[in-house]
Design a binder for this molecule. Structure first.
Ligand SMILES: Cc1cc2nc3c(=O)[nH]c(=O)nc-3n(C[C@H](O)[C@H](O)[C@H](O)COP(=O)(O)OP(=O)(O)OC[C@H]3O[C@@H](n4cnc5c(N)ncnc54)[C@H](O)[C@@H]3O)c2cc1C
Length: 465
């Protein structure tokens, strides 16, 4: 790779050449997985570029194309699967400086990809009391572009479903990786080409997202003596048509008391909890409904005088639950599963009992194809990679699909099949295969057998030096 020639072509663009900083910017939260930690710990890029405008970005892409330099886009690197890690080295393309908010109108916002989710909400709230329909629990650190290219849903998915559902992204402006990069405006069906494609087939340079009315959501934690009761309550609350919530999460004992350290004084050892964000106008109804289910409201932010030092409850939920556990006990890792409707309650109860001492259940209730069901992000006590694979297989065998967070490719982390739409778009938008190499198996190995049971090996993975 001729980095000297590339650098010479990029005069005037913000570059980072300090090895330590390049290494920092080459990482994400891959280390949640002991498997990815082993495989990717050495991975680092050779240069970081941070364009501020689309013109600068196009200059970077053209130069990398001319010099055959791999380009790995990056928001703020909060992804979990090595998504934003430059497996073959080359250029890390930081989009964080493309963070202009351009237009806010009823029901929509237009902005650059690098806007941090909470900054976006701050602006839309101040402008017209609106907010993002959904955001990751990394609200305060993740970019909106990274969420669309690498995320799946989160806080708000209880009302709006997942990020890839029709209507949850309105329009994306995308620049291709060709000798003469094209600028495309994608809407409708075409959005599926680049949403959750890990930046393997185009760079998002502008985002148009739908907005919802903003509320001063009230955080609450409801305690139950049994996991099953917590699950039944959470499912029933999610199905209450008149109570507006933004988050309904079940976390089984002993995780809440042992790992939610800053809330520990409100929690009771041995209790499983339901984390809730409820709209102020639904607060009374929520309390009445909870009493009817014999739930104990152990924490209600509207009743606590001093909230200083307490994170919002969404920072106990989604993948923050894993983070809280890992901080106290690094032997934990996690899985991502789905408990399909209409059997979510039975499946969650069954899996909770299947791995005593080895798994702590964690459910995220969501709207999914019009029904209420839940995803699982269970904590898993790591022993060996073989046992981890066995636990994944046991989930599959029991009707709970796993989106494996211990794999860095789109296919293995998803449904173990090629997304033909994304692959076809990559052929058009990235003919040299320079964008985020190693993340789309179908590009490198079109005949790969997903039924082989093996982990795919990326031949281009730069070896540790
Ligand atoms: C504690 C914790 C909690 C989390 N909770 C959630 C959650 O609730 N929901 C959820 O979905 N995810 C969650 N995540 C994962 C991650 O935080 C989110 O998906 C986040 O939105 C990613 O944004 P980012 O800016 O960090 O993207 P990055 O990690 O930098 O990038 C993500 C992917 O997008 C690509 N990319 C970034 N910007 C662009 C662009 N402009 N054009 C093309 N490709 C691009 C990158 O190459 C990479 O493949 C969590 C992670 C952690 C560590």
């Amino acid at each position: 790779m001729d980095m000297t020639a590339l650098i010479a072509d990029l005069v005037g663009i913000r570059l980072e050449q300090n090895d330590k900083i390049i290494q920092q910017k080459s990482r994400d939260f891959y280390w949640y997985s002991p498997v990815l930690k082993r495989q990717l710990d050495h991975v680092t890029g050779d240069l970081v570029a941070s364009p501020r405008t689309e013109e600068e970005l196009i200059r970077v892409l053209k130069a990398c194309y001319a010099h055959d330099i791999p380009v790995t886009p990056r928001g703020t690197g909060t992804g979990n699967y090595g998504q934003a890690m430059p497996l073959s080295g080359g250029l890390v393309l930081s989009l964080a400086d493309m963070n202009e908010i351009r237009e806010i109108s009823p029901g929509r916002v237009i902005c650059g990809p690098g806007v941090i989710c909470s900054d976006l909400d701050k602006a839309t709230r101040a402008h017209s009391s609106q907010e993002m329909r959904m955001h990751p629990s990394t609200y305060h650190t993740a970019t909106v572009g990274g969420f669309i290219a690498g995320g799946s849903g989160g806080v708000g998915s209880i009302n709006w479903g997942g990020l890839r559902d029709f209507g949850n992204v309105i329009r994306l402006r995308v620049v291709t990786m060709e000798e003469e990069p094209q600028i495309l405006e994608l809407t409708g069906e075409d959005l599926h080409k680049v949403t959750h494609a890990y930046g393997t087939n185009g760079i998002i340079t502008e985002v148009e997202m739908p907005l919802a009315p903003a509320y001063d959501w009230v955080d609450a934690i409801v305690g139950f003596d049994s996991f099953d009761d917590a699950t039944l309550y959470a499912n029933a609350l999610a199905r209450q048509d008149g109570i507006l919530t933004k988050l309904i999460t079940v976390v089984a004992a002993p995780c809440p008391f042992d790992y939610f350290k800053r809330h520990q004084k409100f929690l009771t050892e041995g209790q499983s909890v339901v984390l809730v964000m409820v709209a102020p106008h639904s607060h009374d109804a929520f309390k009445a409904f909870t009493a009817r289910h014999s739930g104990e409201v152990v924490f209600d932010a509207s009743m606590v005088e001093d909230l200083k030092g307490l994170p919002p409850v969404f920072e106990l939920a989604w993948n923050h639950t894993t983070l809280r556990a890992l901080r106290v006990d690094p032997a934990w890792t996690y899985l991502q599963s789905l408990y399909p409707f209409p059997n979510q309650i039975e499946l969650a109860a069954k899996m909770e009992r299947m791995f005593p001492g080895e798994m702590i259940s964690h459910l995220e209730f969501v709207r999914f194809d019009g029904d209420i069901t839940c995803f699982g992000l269970p904590l898993i006590r790591f022993t060996t990679e073989e046992r981890l694979d066995e636990i994944v297989e046991l989930h599959h065998a029991n009707g709970c699909p796993v989106f494996n967070p211990h794999r860095f490719t789109l296919e293995e982390g998803g449904m173990k099949q090629t997304d033909e739409i994304q692959l076809a778009f990559k052929r058009q938008a990235d003919p040299k295969g320079l964008l985020n190499p190693g993340k789309m198996i179908a590009w490198d190995d079109p005949d790969y057998d997903f039924g082989s049971g093996e982990t795919w090996l990326f031949k281009g993975l730069k070896q540790a030096s």
